[in-house]
Write a protein that binds this ligand. Structure first.
Ligand SMILES: Cc1cc2nc3c(=O)[nH]c(=O)nc-3n(C[C@H](O)[C@H](O)[C@H](O)COP(=O)(O)OP(=O)(O)OC[C@H]3O[C@@H](n4cnc5c(N)ncnc54)[C@H](O)[C@@H]3O)c2cc1C
Length: 371
């Protein structure tokens, strides 16, 4: 049997695209690990924040918000970008950057900031409130897509690390390290940090998608962090923190270049996070209970890459989801399916310009393709 589409990688990207394609095509989902979700998808900070990723990503985030909300995957939290007196220009620049994008932002007074963030040090006087920010039920969303794909007949092969990709006779032969083999007319490269590796296996020119390590530490603070604390982000990108089940999730907002791998946290990055946190609040840190790291993978212009390769027949990129691959998943998957199937855009994707995300911005175009 020749599948219409074989998707390599069953993280949020591959799972959501499989679910969108499944009613229209015979889809195979291939995952290297024992179960989907082990890499970036299982390690996120689980927020939907309208400005995250910059103005180019806003249309994908906003277009995904309705789907996430309608299916019960969002819990309101609100976000606060904070700074000191010297950061007013950065605050103004943030407002100006997102003016006209549909993002809602309100300036807060120092007193309003202190009311929202107990224990904040008084020099942190600047704040922008983004009330729409929400927590995402990441595992629920991932399972929702895997379940929808399964119900529409998608087969998921786990423990199947793709090691060979050969195009012959109008189809790809896909082989794995353990010797499985399948054929598919089109392959989708949704391998997260490994997308350039997959391209190399297929003999396709890599785009230069770089994995960057990001660390999260789970702190027990005294007194306990309130459940309604917003997501608090440094306007200069030095940290963020948010509450979860009585603990605080804290990140130093690190971006350390890495090979694709099973990322692990470095003690230095945890120490940097704590040092920055202590400059912001006088909360007592009682314990660092847990820590993890994951890879966020970026194209050279930090926008995602969705579309057929310009020079390799039947090779579709679904890559470069950076730090926004969960919050953009519904609209990205819908758009990806529309591009693969040659369908027009619908109400969810109408405001998204696919050309912004085409791999052909890195490659001269040759021909149009669909499944
Ligand atoms: C610390 C951290 C915080 C984050 N916070 C947020 C957030 O708050 N909001 C948000 O929207 N995003 C966030 N992100 C980003 C988000 O997690 C990613 O954008 C998203 O998970 C990427 O999904 P993916 O499916 O592309 O990658 P992955 O989940 O990594 O999936 C790729 C899959 O491909 C598989 N694979 C690789 N090579 C092969 C092969 N040869 N054969 C078969 N399978 C293969 C891998 O095993 C993996 O399961 C965060 C990321 C990190 C690390």
């Amino acid at each position: 049997m020749i599948h219409d589409v074989a998707i390599i990688g069953a993280g949020m990207a591959g799972a959501s695209l499989a679910a969108e394609l499944a009613p229209h095509a015979r889809v195979l989902l291939i995952e290297a690990e024992d179960a989907p979700g082990y890499h970036s998808t299982g390690r996120s900070a689980a927020f939907w924040e309208e400005t995250y990723g910059g103005p180019g990503v806003v249309p994908l985030t906003l277009a995904s918000g309705g789907y996430l909300d309608d299916h019960g995957f969002l819990t309101p939290r609100g976000a606060l970008f904070i700074g000191r007196a010297g950061d007013r220009a950065a605050m103004d620049a943030h407002v100006a950057t997102f003016a006209g994008t549909g993002v809602i932002t309100h300036r807060l007074s120092p007193a309003e900031l202190a009311a929202k963030v107990p224990h904040i040090r008084p020099e942190w006087s600047e704040a922008l409130h983004q009330p729409a920010c929400a927590d995402i039920d990441v595992a629920g969303l991932h399972q929702h897509y895997l379940g929808a794909a399964r119900r529409h007949g998608v087969t998921t092969a786990c423990r199947a690390r793709v090691s060979g990709l050969v195009r012959k006779g109008g189809a790809w032969t896909i082989t794995t390290e353990r010797g499985e083999a399948w054929r598919a007319a089109t392959i989708v490269n949704a391998a997260g940090a490994w997308v350039d590796t997959i391209a190399q296996i297929a003999g396709v020119r890599p785009i230069g998608i770089t994995p960057l390590r990001r660390t999260v530490a789970v702190l027990r603070v005294e007194p306990q962090a309130p459940a309604d604390l917003p997501l608090v982000l440094d306007i200069n990108g030095g940290f963020y923190f948010k509450p979860d089940a009585g603990r605080l999730w804290l990140s130093p907002h690190d971006e350390i270049p890495s090979d694709p791998c099973d990322a692990a946290p470095e003690e230095l990055d945890v120490a940097i996070a704590i040092d920055r946190f202590q400059q912001v609040t006088d909360w007592r840190i009682a314990a660092v209970e847990r820590r993890w790291a994951g890879l966020r993978s970026f194209a050279p212009d930090r926008l995602p890459v969705y579309g057929f390769d310009a020079s390799a027949e039947g090779f579709f990129w679904f890559a470069g989801q950076g730090g926004f691959g969960i919050q953009t998943a519904p609209a990205a998957a819908r758009l990806g399916a529309q591009l693969l199937l040659g369908q027009g855009r619908d109400a969810m994707t109408a405001r998204i310009d696919p050309a912004m995300f085409s791999p052909q911005r890195f490659q001269p175009a040759r021909h149009a393709q669909t499944v």
